[in-house]
Design a protein around this ligand. Structure first.
Ligand SMILES: [Zn+2]
Ligand SMILES: [Zn+2]
Length: 436
């Protein structure tokens, strides 16, 4: 701007443009941690990206934003959607997201209300707030530009679960802010890999910023062989899954490998799978899943569970971290040739983590030691380290903000990014960043 410095009016124009071009990001949760994701973009309007809750152990909530004009949800998992109803106690911001996100968030939030009522814990919102939230929700497709007060919001495939989206917000100056939500760059059995979004500012998840996943095909081959060994030897293969995402991926994998003849589905896994199948356009291989479901035996009542427990059966059921649901009923009744197949991340203070650490599980307030052997197959729906790096390079932003990872992961990612010449941040909860 040196050529204009002698001219006062030009200086003020510059100042005005500078002020207009300044973006503010405030991290209300999910910064330096996984859980309760909530990022507020302040740029003439206040757009909140995700409003999640952390439910492992005692419930933890995001900070309250002062003012929200619009809420955009990246996907249905409760760490991204679970606290959205609380916003509607005080206001009625527009909410945007895909159709599967709407339907799956309804299922998961309703269940969280039920579970917390049983635990006598207050969530800070009720069914009425959930309905207000859902009534304010506008379902959008991938690639459809949403005009919102001189901003264009577009959702793009994130490759994580059905309906998961990378949010792109473009302001009237043409600045592009992209928020990945949870994403996977390489394809899964049911999902194409994430779309690369060219942007100026990239807010990226960092779950696996310090780790690489094992080769997916090799992992699946091992998983299948291990299940066959157990069932052919007269045991039951008990596969705890997260209802949304992992349940469908596991069913598709089992079907692809011809293992549906003695497979049972139970609990929320079945409900969520039916919802996912109602929007087949969000899957890259819907037939593989619908075939799996039509071949599987469905358990819908607790006193029906006994018929799934025989040598040679495979049981796919919730909860993925053994924190409740039918899996706890099955786990105490397995024969001594059976095996438990954990399929994803096991958070601290969960029964799943206790099993991994060879500690007794807590079931109905009783401490129970499970002798059944277990295996851990991380069929992760997140990008590994190399894919996170690759995504940044291809999206080509100037500024990168690392969220949704523990402090070690987000700061290691930030340091790598700075080494590569990016302006990079690893904010903490409550922190505000101004981007010029
Ligand atoms: Zn997720
Ligand atoms: Zn997440």
């Amino acid at each position: 701007m040196a050529t204009h410095s002698h001219d006062g009016s030009c200086f003020y124009l510059f100042l005005l443009k500078y002020l207009c071009d300044t973006l503010e990001l405030r991290f209300l949760g999910g910064a330096g941690e996984v859980g309760r994701s909530a990022i507020l973009l302040k740029d003439e309007v206040n757009i909140l990206m995700d409003y999640g809750i952390k439910l492992e152990g005692k419930a933890q909530f995001p900070l309250l934003p002062k003012k929200v004009d619009a809420l955009v949800l990246s996907h249905a998992h409760l760490d991204h959607s679970g606290y959205a109803p609380a916003l509607y106690k005080r206001g009625m911001p527009m909410a945007f997201g895909t159709e599967p996100t709407y339907k799956l968030a309804e299922l998961l939030i309703e269940d969280s209300i039920k579970v917390n009522m049983k635990k006598h814990e207050r969530l800070g919102f009720g069914k009425k707030d959930m309905r207000t939230f859902l009534n304010s929700y506008s379902m959008r497709s991938y690639g459809e530009g949403i005009d919102f007060r001189e901003h264009t919001i577009t959702l793009h495939n994130a490759g994580h679960i059905a309906g998961s989206a990378i949010t792109l917000i473009e302001n009237k100056e043409g600045r592009r802010v992209a928020y990945t939500g949870d994403f996977k760059l390489s394809k899964q059995t049911l999902h194409h890999g994430a779309e690369i979004i060219d942007c100026d500012v990239l807010i990226t998840e960092s779950t696996y910023a310090t780790r690489e996943h094992p080769d997916r095909d090799a992992l699946i081959a091992q998983f299948i062989n291990n299940i066959k060994e157990v069932t052919e030897n007269g045991g039951t293969a008990l596969i705890p899954v997260f209802a949304v995402g992992r349940a469908q991926e596991v069913l598709a994998i089992l079907n692809k490998h011809g293992l549906m003849d003695h497979t049972y589905i139970d609990g929320m896994a079945l409900k969520a799978t039916n919802i996912v199948m109602s929007t087949p356009e969000f899957l890259n291989n819907p037939k593989l899943l619908s075939d799996a479901v039509s071949k599987a035996q469905k358990i819908t009542k607790a006193n029906d569970r006994g018929r799934a427990l025989y040598g040679g059966s495979i049981i796919v059921t919730t909860a993925g971290m053994l924190s409740g649901g039918p899996v706890l009923d099955y786990i105490t009744k397995l024969n001594n040739k059976s095996m438990i197949f954990l399929t994803g991340y096991q958070a601290e203070n969960t029964n799943g983590r206790r099993l991994l650490e060879n500690k007794p599980l807590i079931i109905d307030d009783k401490s129970i030691f499970i002798k059944t052997p277990f295996a851990f197959y991380d069929l992760s729906a997140h990008a590994g380290q190399e894919d996170l790096h690759d995504y940044v390079k291809r999206a080509n932003p100037e500024t990168v903000v690392c969220v949704h990872g523990d402090e070690e992961s987000t700061s290691a990612f930030k340091e790598w990014l700075q080494g590569e010449g990016y302006e990079a941040y690893a904010p903490k909860m409550g922190e505000e960043i101004t981007i010029k």
